[in-house]
Design a protein around this ligand. Structure first.
Ligand SMILES: C[S@@+](CC[C@H](N)C(=O)[O-])C[C@H]1O[C@@H](n2cnc3c(N)ncnc32)[C@H](O)[C@@H]1O
Length: 306
């Protein structure tokens, strides 16, 4: 396996592994395989087994390399968080010692202009992690102005959402919006100020990505299903990259483990952010499952209305 290849730089890797604390003969679940950074570190730590999933079919090649290297200790499924029950059945396993989630997009997804996640590179307005289903361009071209404004507001925390939605509508009346830079420019024109700390399309792109991939619904299912399959004293580690996801994780952990130290967030060190600026907004939350009785937590109980 070529260690020098440029793929995705894992965020908070040492911190996650320290908390999960892998032990021989135990089973871990990597819910966001990506470039395999977490899975590798767990597998190399001891003689344990890892079940990994990722919704992106493009990671299959990397997973095959791992299957070759680690044999029966590693098994991969191209699946979503919401399919964890089916994955557990196929893997013929019942209980897991630790689940890790490193949510969001990988550098392979973000840096490939053809995937349509980046407002810095021109490409088709796609944004589908699974390469299936509704694209971002179909959302942008078909939703009503009100629906678009709500998506951009709810998932992007974007105060300018209504203006952006109206501008999108104005533009699409003469021409369909099919490229990332087209959309980025339309969003930019919706801001009166010329000077921005972040690119003005950051929040709109985030919102569309979350909508296209049902990210909140997936995360809600994912953490619930993880707890369902965790052993007593099993561990749950979630790395998230923005406040909406972090709020869901924080509320979830405080419901399933009221005594867990959910107030404690682990953030990347200055050094890590210097080396990998994409780590800057990462937040890691962790809990251990003391209570073995499984309880499903609804999305409303987590403070979300959908
Ligand atoms: C930040 S990357 C993970 C990187 C990985 N930890 C590493 O060290 O290489 C996130 C990955 O999660 C996947 N993903 C996001 N949402 C998912 C979901 N609902 N189900 C399965 N995979 C998902 C993405 O396709 C992406 O490959």
């Amino acid at each position: 396996m070529n260690e020098e290849r440029i793929g995705h730089k894992s965020v908070l890797l040492d911190e996650v592994i320290k908390l999960i604390n892998p032990k021989s003969n135990e089973i871990y679940f990597d819910s966001t395989f990506g470039d395999g950074g977490y899975a590798k570190k767990i597998l190399d730590a001891c003689d344990c087994k890892v079940i990994a999933i990722d919704r992106d079919p493009n990671v299959k090649e990397r997973a095959k390399e791992y299957e070759k290297k680690y044999g029966e200790r590693f098994i991969f499924f191209n699946a979503r968080f919401s399919q964890i029950n089916e994955v557990m059945e196929k893997a013929k396993e019942e209980k897991i010692n630790g689940f890790v989630f490193d949510i969001g997009v990988s550098s392979m997804q973000l840096d490939n202009a053809n995937r349509g996640f980046s407002f810095m590179k021109d490409g088709p307005l796609d944004m589908r992690m699974s390469s299936r289903g509704l694209t971002a361009s179909s959302v942008v071209n078909s939703k009503s102005v009100n629906e678009l404004a709500d998506i951009i507001y709810h998932y992007g925390d974007e105060r300018n959402s209504r203006k952006i939605a109206k501008n999108i509508d104005k533009f699409r009346k003469s021409k369909e919006i099919n490229s990332t830079l087209e959309l980025a420019n339309i969003v930019k024109q919706s801001f009166p100020n010329k000077y921005f700390k972040k690119h003005p399309a950051t929040k709109t792109f985030q919102a569309l990505r979350m909508y296209v991939n049902s990210e909140i619904e997936e995360l809600h299912q994912g953490v619930n299903l993880a707890v369902k399959h965790l052993k007593q004293y099993g561990k749950l580690c979630v790395v998230s990259f923005h406040s909406i996801e972090d709020r869901l994780v924080k509320n979830f952990m405080s419901i399933i483990e009221p005594n867990s130290n959910t107030k404690k967030i682990i953030k990347p060190s200055k050094k890590e952010v210097e080396i990998n600026p994409r780590a800057r907004s990462a937040k890691l939350r962790f809990t251990e499952l003391n209570n073995s009785e499984y309880q499903f937590v609804s999305i409303n109980d987590l403070g979300f209305e959908y």
